[in-house]
Structures are given as structure tokens and as C-alpha cells.
Write a protein that binds this ligand. Structure first.
Ligand code: SOE
Length: 382
């Protein structure tokens, strides 16, 4: 069976997650990876069972056997690497954000269209089966007119002032942090699910730790090391740990989002609730195999992920029978099945539900306006 030869650029914590999911699609050959740290590259080649690896991503892009690449490096490297990959006529999946500025993202959207290659931004959370169930219930009229959309995305991995990561440094991550890093997932998901476009935002940011202690040694995301007090240096922090955003949608519906990376006990919890004229829907990524359905005139319901009970569109994203839970890693697999399936069908990027570079640009535009609103403390139109 034909397979697409794929290369992954940048390992860290998310690169291997991409590689594992790619292998589970059954239609991709993870042919190579690159990481600029020779020790990491050598150790990873053995651990991940990938024979061919590079320490310069440009050599991977020059490999004629590589048809598609995933960019999984820190945010500030995305623009240059994606541009080089597009110029090499590779299909590209880029971890969010597409770039650190909307201007750079717009250039990549145009170049990807010119090159005629498949392009995606890794908003993988769209691919939970019950998120797709919510989307199709709204599309088929079961929810009715949407009054309001509210929710949150809460984490605690930056809870202490000694928690440190490259995402805290605007030069590497961009001017917004919590909103751009995880608020973007929530906004992408609710525009995708509801079909409504955000038209105005009012944002309030809070930097809970205006000073953080940066370890003198490099620390991988999510794998903090026990260091001694003298191993830290003080760094001034200006990006947001916590944010609330009010939304107006094109139909007059309203919304509100809370984003936090300092909420103890919430490890990586995305939650939304959509209030409709006929019923309400709620999704909680800590319980991704359940969809809550709220009613005024009868008992509320909890739909468990069971393909036989799902709409055809949602059923397509469930690989296991009812009661066999699917979660975060499966969302990558389902996204890549669609992305690479279209390539093998000879119609890259056609009839897709994954987030394209255009959607990646949308998120950067929204984040820029939210940042502007937080500075002005005023409503800002999109
Ligand atoms: C850190 O906040 C992070 O790894 C994000 O960068 C990812 O996009 C999110 O899926 C999980 O948390």
C-alpha cells in the first residue's frame, strides 16, 4: 500500500507525539527526523526507531525522499522553517502557532497556495469524536440558535515562580503566551464547532508571577528537574499567566473565555458550553468520551462515545467501540488520517476539516486583537 514519507523537525515533547500518531495512521512512513542537538538526535533515533536523522533541518528538506514535514520546534522557528519547507515543495503540518506574527503567517498562507501543497496547523483538539458530534448537532439544527458560548482552558504547569519554559520568553514564543498558546486552541475549536465567527473582543490579562526563576540548565516542557536555589536566575515576565476574554459573535451571540496556566489541579483542561435555543452542549477534555446535553424540560443527558450513537461525521473519528476510551493522542492520529488520506487520494487539502494555514492566520489575528484590547482595556473589533 502506498505511504507518504514524512520527516519531523524538532523533537522536544510534541515531536515524538506526532511521530507516534503518524505511525498509527497506517498510511505514513516516518522516514526521518531532525533535531539540532546531536545528543538528543542520536538517543532519539534509537528510542524512536527512526534510522535516518539530521541535525540540520535544511538537509532533511533537501532529501528528495521526504514528501511532507511536521514543524515541531519552538514558535520563533516556525516561520523560517515552514517557508523553507514550502519552497522545497513539501506538504507541511506546523505546530501552532503558524508564526509569531500575523504578517509572517499571511505570507505563508500565500506561499502554500502558490506551491499547491497541503498545509495544516496542529489544532488537533478539533478531532475528539465528541467535539465533532457537537459540531454536527449544531449543523443539523439540533441545538437551535446559539445564545452564548463560554468556557475555559486551564493548566497548572506554570504554577510556581520556579516553573520555567521557553514559552515565557516573548522572543521565542511571541508577545502573548497563555492566550496564544492555549486560548488559540479554544477559539479555533469553538469557531469550528459553532460555525460562528468572533467579531469583537474585550480582554483582561494578569501576570501572576512578574518575576520567575529561570533554571541555569535547559529544562524540557513538562519535565522540570529538581535544581538547587543557586541554579536559578531571576527573569522579568510580562506575558499573561491568566486572561479573561469577552466575545461578540456575528449573530449577536455572546461568549466568555478564561485561560490560565496557574490553576492548581487543572493539568490541561479545555472546557466549552454552548447554550442553544433547543438544548445546550458541554465538552470537557478531562472527560473526552462524554458529551453533556442540557435540557430545560427533561432530564439532562450524558452521551458516551459509542460509534453506534454518533453522527456519521463523528463516527468517522472513533476507532474503537463504545466503552473503549479514546483521548488526546488519538486526536493527532485522526487529524493525520484525514491530512495524508487526501494526499494519497491525489487531492491534497480538499474537503478537509483540519485547521489549514488560513485558520492558523485567523488565530494570530484574534490573538493580536485580544492583546490590543488588553492594552486598551476596551472592546476591539476583529
Ligand atoms: C503547553 O501549554 C501545551 O503543550 C500547548 O503548547 C499545547 O498546544 C497544548 O495542546 C498542551 O499544552
Amino acid at each position: 500500500m502506498a505511504k507518504v514519507n514524512v520527516g519531523v523537525i524538532g523533537l522536544g515533547f510534541i515531536g515524538p507525539a506526532h511521530m507516534e500518531a503518524l505511525r498509527r495512521t497506517g498510511i505514513v512512513n516516518v522516514a526521518a527526523f531532525s533535531d539540532n542537538n546531536p545528543e538528543v538526535a542520536k538517543k532519539s533515533a534509537d528510542q524512536l526507531g527512526v534510522e535516518k536523522y539530521y541535525t540540520d533541518y535544511k538537509e532533511l528538506l533537501a532529501d528528495p525522499g521526504i514528501q511532507a514535514v511536521h514543524v515541531c520546534t519552538p514558535n520563533f522557528l516556525h516561520y523560517g522553517m515552514v517557508k523553507d519547507a514550502l519552497l522545497a515543495k513539501k506538504h507541511v503540518i506546523c505546530e501552532k502557532p503558524l508564526a509569531t506574527t500575523a504578517k509572517e503567517a499571511a505570507e505563508l498562507v500565500e506561499l502554500a497556495e502558490k506551491q499547491g501543497v497541503a498545509n495544516a496547523v496542529n489544532f488537533n483538539l478539533r478531532f475528539y469524536p465528541l467535539v465533532r458530534q457537537a459540531k454536527t448537532l449544531i449543523e443539523n439544527g439540533s441545538v437551535g440558535r446559539i445564545y452564548a458560548i463560554h468556557g475555559s482552558y486551564l493548566q497548572d504547569w506554570l504554577y510556581y515562580e520556579t516553573d520555567y519554559n521557553w514559552r515565557l520568553e516573548p522572543k521565542m514564543s511571541g508577545e502573548s503566551r497563555a492566550i496564544a498558546d492555549i486560548g488559540s486552541h479554544w477559539m479555533d475549536m469553538i469557531e469550528h464547532v459553532s460555525g460562528l465567527r468572533i467579531t469583537e473582543v474585550f480582554a483582561d490579562f494578569s501576570t501572576v508571577h512578574p518575576k520567575r526563576k529561570k533554571p541555569a540548565k535547559p529544562v524540557e516542557t513538562y519535565s522540570g528537574k529538581i535544581l538547587k536555589p543557586e541554579d536559578y536566575v531571576d527573569i522579568e515576565i510580562k506575558t499573561e499567566d491568566f486572561a479573561t476574554v469577552l466575545f461578540k459573535f456575528e449573530t449577536g451571540a455572546r461568549g466568555v473565555l478564561t485561560v490560565s496556566q496557574v490553576s492548581a489541579g487543572r493539568k490541561n483542561r479545555l472546557y466549552f458550553e454552548i447554550d442553544g435555543a433547543k438544548q445546550a452542549l458541554a465538552f470537557d477534555s478531562e472527560k473526552p468520551n462524554e458529551l453533556w446535553v442540557g435540557h430545560r424540560d427533561k432530564a439532562n443527558e450524558t452521551l458516551l462515545k459509542d460509534p453506534s450513537l454518533l453522527t456519521p461525521e463523528a463516527r468517522a473519528l472513533a476507532s474503537y467501540p463504545g466503552g473503549h476510551n479514546e483521548g488526546f493522542p488519538d486526536t493527532f492520529k485522526q487529524m493525520y488520517k484525514e491530512y495524508y488520506g487526501r494526499i494519497l487520494e491525489g487531492r491534497p487539502g480538499k474537503d478537509v476539516t483540519y485547521a489549514t494555514f488560513k485558520d492558523g492566520l485567523r488565530e494570530l489575528d484574534l490573538c493580536d486583537r485580544i492583546l490590543e484590547s488588553s492594552k486598551k482595556s476596551a472592546w476591539v473589533k476583529i
